[in-house]
Design a protein around this ligand. Structure first.
Ligand code: ADP
Ligand code: ADP
Length: 209
C-alpha cells in the first residue's frame, strides 16, 4: 500500500506511522526524520538544511524531491510505504506523481489549539528519533529515553516562536494539497483529535473502504 500522511505539524502523523508501518509491513519514510538524521551525521546535506529547518521554513523542493526519489528507489519500498511529511508543496506532489502511484492520502484533521499543545510538549531522543509528549505520552523517567537512557530534547523548530511560522507555512504551501488530492479521489479524512489508538483504528477502517 502506497500511503501519504498529510496534516499540520504536530497532528500525530509520525506517532500513527510508527504503528501503521508494523500493521501494514511497509517502511515509514519521514522527510523530517531523514533531514534530522543527516544533521546528526553532519553530512553536507545536513549542514545545508540545518538553518532552514530551525527557522521553520521548508527545505527547497529540488533538495527534498531528490532525497525522496533516492529513498523510494530502495528495495524495501516495493510493497508500499508511508510517506510522512512529503509532499508539502504542489511541486513536490507533481514530482511524486511522476515517481509512484498512490493508493491513499490520509489527511489528519485536528484543530490548531490541539496541534499547538502537541508540539509544545513534544520531546525526542536524538539517536533513535523516538518521540514523547510530556503529558500525553511521557517517558518512564522524566527527560530520559525509555530504551537508550539518553536525554530527551525539544526540537529547535518546536520552540513557540517557530511554531507560528510553521503553521503559516503549512496553511500557505501544504494545505492546498488537501484539494489537490481530493480532486484526484485519493484523499481520506481521519479525525486526529482522539487518542492515538483511536486515530489508528479509524484510519485502518477508512483504508479498507
Ligand atoms: P512535523 O512532524 O512537525 O510536521 P517534520 O519533522 O515533518 O515536522 O519536518 C521538520 C522540518 O523539516 C520542516 O519544518 C521543514 O523545514 C523540513 N521538511 C520536512 N519535510 C519537508 C518537505 N517535504 N519539504 C520541505 N521541507 C521539509
Ligand atoms: P507529527 O508527526 O504530525 O508532527 P507527532 O506524531 O510527532 O506529530 O506528534 C506530535 C506530538 O503529539 C508528540 O509529542 C506526540 O507524542 C503527541 N501526540 C501524537 N498523537 C497524539 C494524540 N492522538 N493525542 C495526544 N498526543 C498526541
Amino acid at each position: 500500500m502506497n500511503l501519504v500522511f498529510l496534516g499540520p505539524p504536530g497532528a500525530g502523523k509520525g506517532t500513527i506511522a510508527k504503528e501503521a508501518k508494523v500493521f501494514y509491513s511497509i517502511p515509514h519514510i519521514s522527510t523530517g526524520d531523514l533531514f534530522r538524521a543527516e544533521q546528526e551525521k553532519g553530512s553536507e546535506l545536513g549542514n545545508k538544511v540545518k538553518a532552514i529547518i530551525a527557522s521553520g521554513q521548508l527545505v527547497p523542493d529540488e533538495i527534498t524531491i531528490e532525497m525522496v526519489r533516492q529513498r523510494l528507489s530502495q528495495d524495501d519500498t516495493k510493497n508500499g510505504f508511508i510517506l510522512d511529511g512529503f509532499p508539502r508543496t504542489i511541486a513536490q506532489a507533481d514530482a511524486l506523481a511522476g515517481i509512484v502511484d498512490l493508493d491513499y492520502v490520509v489527511n489528519f484533521v485536528v484543530d490548531k489549539d490541539a496541534v499547538i499543545k502537541r508540539i509544545s510538549g513534544r520531546r525526542f531522543c536524538k539517536s533513535t528519533g523516538r518521540t514523547y509528549h510530556v503529558i500525553y505520552n511521557p517517558p518512564k523517567v522524566e527527560g530520559i529515553d525509555d530504551e537508550t537512557g539518553e536525554p530527551l530534547y525539544q526540537r529547535e523548530d518546536d520552540a513557540p516562536e517557530r511554531v507560528a511560522t510553521r503553521l503559516e507555512v503549512y496553511e500557505k504551501s501544504t494545505a492546498p494539497l488537501i484539494a489537490y488530492y481530493r480532486d484526484k479521489g485519493l484523499l481520506v479524512d481521519v479525525d486526529a483529535s482522539p487518542a492515538p489508538e483511536t486515530v489508528l483504528e479509524n484510519m485502518k477502517k477508512a483504508l479498507t473502504k
